[in-house]
Ligand binder design. Structure first.
Ligand code: G1P
Length: 296
């Protein structure tokens, strides 16, 4: 059996939800506290046993390549200044071997994954989306890889969402479950409100067999006029099992503003240096907000 050693991280989106911050900076570089969101994703991949990562980039994404490269001058300065902890942090991001490929037109997630087909070849592989950070032990992707190794089939990470939220996600139509593993009838990308077959939403973590490329190759457009990965997964499921796995862990949606702020707050509350000062500052802010307004 071939093991899962390669991962694709699509990062070609325009980041329109965070404009103007993302006018000249990729949204994947927006930091949660002091680490770009894409670094959390890369670290999850490595901690899950991935050895080769390909990031699918688009226009204006050079900062991502620079981030995962060596920064000789900066490293020398930190070393000279004896700032060894920071040096270690800076070097961490350049230790992995990351490859890059450009998606030349923004044709959707399915197309972005298809762009990396030559890098993947004939092996099972992972896809991790940058809008979802998952904190869990074992890492979310590792949980899916473990399932792949027992089912020899593609496995898609899911978690339940509310009825109102189903229209924002790819949703699975389950047939039956065995523990946390679901056999699936179909996968539906962003069903209209009230039309979702379940509440199990795809959360940006996939382990796929290379046969997925046969269906991505067809370049059929789906929801939003884009080539959807979810649609190709649905087609793959017609010829070989694709399971959904309800992974354990806390998932943060950093792809929209409120989710991004809540993630920052939650991470800060878990950080020993920041927790107390943050709580204190929040108390003051709330007290100030509740002050009666002075008129005149
Ligand atoms: C993408 C996928 C969708 C998935 C979601 C998870 O949608 O197409 O199936 O549920 O990511 O975050 P996007 O949020 O890029 O529109």
């Amino acid at each position: 059996m071939k093991t899962v050693k390669k991962a694709i991280i699509p990062a070609a989106g325009l980041g329109t939800r965070f404009l103007p911050a993302t006018k000249a900076m990729p949204k994947e570089m927006l930091p949660i506290i002091d680490k770009p969101t894409i670094q959390y994703i890369v670290e999850e991949a490595i901690e899950s046993g991935i050895e080769d990562i390909i990031i699918v980039t688009g226009k204006g994404k050079r900062a991502i390549e620079d981030h995962f490269d060596h920064a000789f001058e900066l490293e020398a300065k930190l070393e000279e200044g004896g700032k060894l902890k920071l040096l270690e942090e800076v070097q961490r991001s350049s230790r992995v071997d990351i490859h890059y490929i450009r998606q030349k037109e923004p044709k959707g997630l399915g197309h972005a994954v298809w762009c990396a087909r030559r890098f993947i070849g004939d092996e099972p592989f992972a896809v991790l989306l940058g809008d979802d950070i998952v904190v869990s032990e074992p890492p979310c992707l590792k949980q899916l890889i473990d399932q792949y190794e027992t089912t020899f089939s593609s496995v898609i990470g899911v978690q339940p969402v509310s009825d109102a939220e189903t229209q924002r996600y790819g949703i699975v139509d389950p047939i039956y479950r065995d523990g946390s593993l679901y056999k699936v009838r179909n996968f539906v990308e962003k069903p209209a409100l009230g039309k979702a077959p379940s509440n199990l939403a795809i959360m940006g973590r996939y382990v796929l067999t290379p046969e997925i490329f046969d269906f991505l190759e067809m370049q059929e457009t789906g929801a939003g006029g884009e080539i959807q990965l979810t649609d190709a997964i649905g087609r793959l499921n017609e010829v070989q099992n694709v399971f959904a796995y309800h992974f354990t862990g806390r998932r943060y949606d950093v792809g929209e503003k409120l989710g991004f702020i809540l993630t920052t707050l939650d991470f800060a509350l878990k950080n020993n240096e920041l927790r107390e000062p943050l709580l204190h500052a929040m108390e003051q802010l709330i007290a100030r907000d509740n002050m009666p307004k002075v008129i005149g």
